[in-house]
Design a protein around this ligand. Structure first.
Ligand SMILES: [Mn+2]
Length: 373
């Protein structure tokens, strides 16, 4: 299962194109108030303002005390316990694919799209593993979730599962940075927390987003709404497993086995088309795969309004590929554009300043017709 995931993500490449500055009115949460919130399990106070200050600028490695990580997890658990398996996300919003521990790229995304709080973000999962800084990425995003629970949305990816992130980098990072016993305890607490993450998002009731893809078990949106959370272990052959794991296959009709990952299914373009019809959707948006030099993938050749986009949002996937990354930016008028992140040439060029200097709007956006609710 894990081997298939690695093979696929190396074989298939990332995507996509271009920009939209979707600024929201600034209405930050009162940090002092949040800092006083106490979790049901962790009674330690959590200073979210101070914690966020360590993440507002890209500064390479961030230093963490184990106690503050445990307090962070306790507080964000309380915030995310209020969310359902299918979350409703308003527009404007920036949709971001797999981060995979690439903390510098996360900051480039903030540089291009605006900081959380000013801009709304929907992340499609796979925050940890593969890249060098899983811990900074997940901690940064969790802290922003506490500070701006209505502006930051975090879906679960297939790497937010213990049997995957034990093998692909997250555990090794914790083991390197903390004493073994504390690392094990914190690793378990992170993975218990991932069980609270929502599985899919509905953007303005028209765009269905998930990490993996579609499922033969998906007949109505209520099927997703009825998934009970928290769910740390995702059972085989379930809707939730497909939403985390499945892949599109352009030559397939209907569903077939997912031979590369050896878990879940593959779905053909006709499935995207039919699902969009049944569920009255404009499109399906997902992450989970890297696509080199591709701007977007329309999984339905027959219906311009029924498309599936797949994106890896970080550049230089696994540190060696020269793929570009992209963020899908949906405006208040439901126009859709892409923010393109070009790979930086060397490690010395990493960081938001270098990215901003290289950032180019390639002018290839398009619009989805606004539809009555
Ligand atoms: Mn994935």
């Amino acid at each position: 299962m894990a081997t298939g995931d690695a093979r696929t993500e190396r074989q298939i490449e990332t995507c996509v194109s271009r920009l939209a500055e979707t600024r929201l009115a600034v209405r930050p949460r009162p940090f002092a108030k949040i800092a006083k919130m106490m979790s049901g399990r962790s009674t330690a106070p959590f200073e979210v303002d101070a914690f966020l200050a360590k993440h507002r600028e890209f500064s390479g490695k961030v230093s963490y005390e184990i106690e503050e990580l445990q307090a962070l997890i306790g507080h964000v658990r309380m915030v995310m316990a209020k969310e359902k398996a299918l979350i409703e996300v308003p527009i404007p919003v920036n949709i971001v694919g797999d981060i995979h521990g690439q903390y510098a790229d996360l900051h480039r995304i903030f540089s291009a799209c605006g900081m959380p709080g000013k801009s709304r973000f929907l992340f499609l999962g796979d925050y940890v593993d593969r890249g060098p800084q899983s811990l900074e990425c997940i901690c940064c995003l969790l802290a922003f979730k506490i500070a701006y629970p209505d502006r930051v949305f975090l879906l679960r990816g297939n790497h937010e599962q213990e049997f995957i992130n034990r093998e692909y980098g997250f555990w090794n990072e914790l083991e390197m940075r903390f004493p073994l016993g504390l690392a094990m305890q914190t690793f378990k607490e992170f993975n218990d927390l991932f069980g609270y993450f929502p599985i899919a998002a509905l953007v303005r009731k028209r765009i269905l987003c998930m990490h993996g893809g579609l499922s033969p078990s998906l007949r109505s949106l209520d099927d997703i709404r009825n998934i009970e959370l928290p769910q740390v272990l995702v059972p085989d052959g379930t809707l939730q497993q497909d939403l985390l794991w499945s892949d599109p296959s352009p030559d397939l009709r209907g569903f077939g086995p997912n031979k590369l990952r050896e878990v879940s299914v593959c779905f053909g373009p006709d499935v995207v088309y039919k699902t969009c019809q049944w569920l009255k959707l404009d499109m399906v948006v997902r992450g989970h795969q890297v696509m080199a030099n591709v701007t977007a993938t329309a999984s339905s050749p027959t219906a311009s309004s029924s498309q599936s986009f797949r994106r890896q949002c970080t550049t230089r996937f696994c540190g060696f590929q020269r793929n570009s990354g992209a963020v899908m930016a949906i405006s208040a008028k439901m126009s859709i554009r892409f923010v393109l992140l070009h790979p930086v040439a060397t490690a010395n060029e990493a960081g938001p300043t270098a990215f901003q200097a290289k950032f180019k709007d390639d002018g290839s956006g398009y619009c989805v017709q606004e539809q009555a609710q």
